[in-house]
Design a protein around this ligand. Structure first.
Ligand code: SF4
Length: 355
């Protein structure tokens, strides 16, 4: 009961699992502005504990209490001199959720998960090796961003913006295979939390119907397409989904996205020794990138214990990027962050499972 004798029924479930417009249902008898205040704390100015929601009555803060977050922080690691932070969150049902926060000079970027595990089974990926557990709820997806903002408020990354400026859906899972919940998470991040759509990137390994649906949404988010192979044979070996949605279908869907949004596409390419690091692949990839007017992000494989795939050596990595550029592609060799903390998607979870 609160001081006025009203029953507070903030449920055991986290308020992030309730749609922002329905937060009033958690506060029956409270004036409408209380729900607005709670929504602001959750989405606009997140804090680590309900106690810090200073304009809410003490009884409400107490009722939200321990259930503020839809997960517990099981692992909290930092690397790269504190510029990279990696969390393994644990939901009440045991689901493990990985999130990585990276501080740069002008950006603070968060890489969020959209599923627990992944059904896509890309051969080189730690997440893919464990298969699919479940979809993340929209609230579990946005809570990763909110938690990072609450954390940054107390523990900023030196020399980086003190709020998340960029969100990439590149953690565990295939976002477009969890379309409705990912869509709702985008709505909350953009329309409720106030993030610019231009600061959000949705990454896909090539779920063609999802790319086409996303093209019809109102938000001009960036699309990143993970190709990893520049012909069907090479790609199918690394990305089994290619058998369902072959390269040309993925390229055509990406072209349609570009036509709809006018947003520059990016192509993600994990470079794997002997699998996709030849100059021939680089030339074919350059042709695709030019056709899509896309920027290519090349990243060296972060090897995982359960896969024989290994990263290309440094000479080959640079040779591959040089061939791409010599053939007219815009390409960047992406820095690999947090290798000492298993920061490739799914590696922390993999470790927690195997240990
Ligand atoms: S690389 Fe991405 S899509 Fe492929 S298995 Fe891993 S998480 Fe899933």
């Amino acid at each position: 009961m609160d001081g006025a004798g009203r029953q507070l029924v903030v449920s055991d479930a986290s308020p992030y699992l309730v749609a922002p417009e329905d937060l009033g249902t958690l506060l029956p008898g409270e004036p409408g502005f209380r729900a607005d205040q709670l929504r602001d704390w959750l989405y606009r100015s997140p804090v680590l504990t309900a106690e810090e929601m200073t304009n809410l009555p003490a009884s409400t803060r107490e009722a939200i209490g321990a259930s503020l977050w839809p997960f517990e922080v099981e692992v909290d690691q930092s690397a790269d001199n504190g510029r990279t932070r990696k969390w393994l969150f644990r939901a009440p049902d045991g689901a493990a959720i990985e999130t990585v926060l990276m501080g740069y000079r002008k950006r603070t970027t968060i890489c969020i998960s959209s599923q627990v595990g992944c059904a896509m089974r890309c051969t080189f990926c730690a997440t893919g090796q464990f298969g699919f557990d479940r979809h993340l709820e929209a609230g579990e997806i946005v809570a990763q961003v909110a938690y990072a903002n609450a954390f940054l408020r107390r523990f900023p990354i030196s020399g980086s913006p003190e709020r998340v400026t960029n969100v990439v859906y590149m953690g565990m899972g295939e976002p477009l295979a969890n379309y409705e919940r990912v869509r709702e998470s985008l709505r909350r991040l953009i329309d409720v939390a106030g993030l610019s759509a231009r600061s959000i990137t949705v990454s896909t390994v090539g779920v063609v119907p999802g790319i086409r649906r996303l093209a019809d949404e109102p938000w001009p988010v960036y699309l990143a397409v993970s190709l990893h192979g520049a012909d069907d044979e090479t790609r199918s070996r690394l990305v089994p989904l290619n058998d369902r949605y072959p390269l040309e279908a993925v390229i055509e869907a990406a072209e349609a996205y570009f036509a709809s949004k006018g947003r520059r596409l990016s192509i993600e390419w994990t470079l794997i020794d002997g699998a996709n690091d030849s100059d021939d692949q680089a030339r074919r990839l350059a042709a695709i990138a030019k056709r899509l007017r896309a920027h290519v992000n090349v990243i060296a494989l972060n090897p995982t214990p359960l896969s024989a795939d290994r990263p290309s050596d440094s000479d080959r990595i640079h040779g591959f990027v040089e061939t791409l550029i010599a053939n007219g592609a815009n390409a960047t060799l992406r820095e690999t962050r947090g290798q000492e903390i298993d920061a490739a998607c799914g590696q922390l979870r993999l470790r927690s499972v195997t240990e």
